[in-house]
Design a protein around this ligand. Sequence first.
Ligand code: SF4
Length: 418
Amino acid sequence: MDIEELLGGLIRRLSRHAAVFRDSGHGSLLPAGDASKRYLLYLHIPYCIALCPFCSFHRVLFEPNSSKRYFESLRLEIAQATENAYAFDELYVGGGTPTVLPDELVTTINLVRAKHPVVDISVETNPDHLRPDALRKLRGAGVNRLSVGVQSFDDVLLKAMRRIDNYGSGNDIADRLVSVRGMLDTINVDMIFNLPNQTEASLRRDLDILIDRVAADQVSFYPLMTSDSTKAEMSRTMGPPDLSRQKDYYELIVERMLSAGYCRSSAWCFSRKPGMFDEYIADREEYVGLGSGAFSYLQGALYANTFSINGYMQMLEDGKGGTVSQRKMSDQDQKRYYLLMRLFGGTLNKQQAEARFDGGFQHGLWPELTALKAINAVKDTGDSLSLTERGYYLWVILMRDFFTEINTLREQLRHEPA
Ligand code: SF4
């Protein structure tokens, strides 16, 4: 069995198992929290002012009345989780565009802070909401990290992505990023590389803007991800994807970001200083996801909330929970998931892994670990396992495929009845 086959099998097996969800009863609550633990809380806000053709997240067009009612439902679900013995020390608000109704967002964050010892708060946004007054409001609510979806500064590509009319030209976006520089601990810029028709010159220009003009605190460079639901629309508006350039473009990004003094926070996230990054699932093993379409991973099981936004609001208003399905992962799959997520951050602490799996981690995964070492993707440094340069690129591919499978799973769940 070659390494691609082995690792591809790892992803497919994880995804296939994760995809077989069982109905947990519509409107269920999550299992009770462990009062001795602190969890990461993810809140999903599914509204956007326009829908980008490449995006396969759970998102719908913004409508003010529905969005307001949605935030009220979300606060009911937060209260339920609090009563259900969950204590949160970290909050991540994603979407969609969480800042579509800033006052509702701040009220929701304040509710979490009033009940939980939250120290880190990260919020996703889009460039049109990058205004100093808006950021002051978020800072007042304790937000210390903002993640801005930019994707590219190239106007031709922004137009193809149907973003230029809604979020401004590359030049406008760079100006806005400069105008809010330093207002929060970390402002992350989300970019995509290997977009259809993206040239090497365009990518080099994006890197120049990020490093020399914006001086971004943190940059997350996602490889282009496609899913069955977006492939046709993306090819029509942006052009067909071309994987042949992916490796060269990734190497270009790594070389430029590291030589500009950034450190790796994950295989595709680069930071000037340590701190939070977008892939909280690589950082925290367990998390609670609330809101329509949110996933939770607790006690080795994956839980999904309903993707029907109206159904979600109705369930919460009726005093029920938002969870509709669950999947218990086998012990072996939990180990593989752990390996995938920890090494996405670059390093896996062997002692912690053995403690987590009662001493059976390396023994249980010896075929995967042997193969990863044999192809020089992972090196054993005594206390830990670390990705090599080759391993970082391999992990970009593995995580790209993992998120693509999650997008396919979202697609399946979206079509289930409310
Ligand atoms: S990329 Fe961002 S702004 Fe565009 S549809 Fe997806 S979540 Fe909304």
